[in-house]
Design a protein around this ligand. Sequence first.
Ligand code: NDP
Length: 252
Amino acid sequence: MTCKFDYEAPADLLRDRIVLVTGAGDGIGRAAALAYARHGATVILLGRTIAKLEKVYDEIEAAGGPQPAIFPLNLEGATLKDYHDMAETLDKEFGRLDGILHNAGLLGRITPFEQYNPELWDQVMQININGPVWMTQALLPLLKSSADASVVFTSSSVGRKGRAYWGAYAVSKFATEGFMEVLADEVEHLGTIRVNTLNPGATRTKMRANAYPGEDPQTLRTPEEIMPTYLWLMGPDSKGCNGQRFDAQPPK
Ligand code: NDP
């Protein structure tokens, strides 16, 4: 399956779909939440900074999109109970889930491994892989209640080829790729849930600016510009794609 860099999503692509976006208050997650809502989805905005989520909520409402929901959660301290409470709340409110974009992420530090702080390592692993794993486990019954559910994990080029100094971030993204393959294989027989990874590629966000402080952000695509693949992978046109790795930008 080739990547859909130029995909033109129909206006009603995600009509009547319930889609959860983590890290929805900023960067790529914010752009995805707005794009999904613009294409008809009821979006559940999950993140740790309520003021940012409220702003996205207001933007969706102002644009006339379906009323979204805000789910404040800090993935760093979230427990299994939090994820099960979340599943119960979403079950009561919506009864099913048609998509999850696991987008929230933490860069940690780009530093030689010899100097990597173990607490920061654990923090990055918690937010980038352990949280999404246990959240997905809790939400599986809701995904199974959907006729066509898409689970998208956010990867990175350093999750496909290791690079010096990228430490826990790279390892967490390799783990993300591995977990995607395991889960995709487990749900394949159902035929109603697909699980894939998406690498956004260099994108103009705060995380990118932290990782590459000397780079001119104007040389990078904006989160809005990489949305075609995000839409395609969340909508029905990617049905049948399971266990695959996608990129949101063509190689440079
Ligand atoms: P940003 O730092 O701009 O946004 C990250 C989002 O994740 C924010 O909304 C942030 O919330 C949220 N988040 C961070 N920690 C937590 C937490 N503990 N609990 C809940 N939410 C949290 O990053 P990007 O938009 O650039 O990155 C989005 C995804 O894309 C990440 O997974 C990243 O690894 C990946 N990626 C990005 C690339 C790029 O070039 N930008 C390249 C390759 C991959 P808050 O705003 O409240 O801090």
